[in-house]
Design a protein around this ligand. Sequence first.
Ligand SMILES: [Zn+2]
Length: 141
Amino acid sequence: MNSDCIFCKIVNKEVFAAVLFEDDDIMAFMDIKPINEGHSLVITKKHAVLVDELEEELYLKLFPIGRKIANKIKEVFPETKGIMYFIADGEHAGQEVPHVHLHIIPRKPNDGFDFTFDPAYYDRLLTEEERTKVKDKLIPI
Ligand SMILES: [Zn+2]
């Protein structure tokens, strides 16, 4: 529990959230600024800023709940054509609330939401050698 954290306040029922799911470890609620109708967040009740601060067992509990929510969204909002499962892990990755959260984002055609890239991005495919060089830096994982 972090007393400055809005998600911890939601866990402690000090701040309202439209709660979809709750058990001993996990809570899921509606995003206050949804990209599309049904956009939800799945969090661990335990406060952690980054994924790496969570025990693996706890981290993995986010996903089954996220999938259940995603399936329900597709059922209830048939205009949903895909689901983006998204975790921004760190401020420079776009994390706005410093408490690990899995976004369940319903997507529909031309919904105006997208990652943006520098135009040069589209002109550059890595060669086999370049990909291998990066891979060699990362292994063993
Ligand atoms: Zn927190």
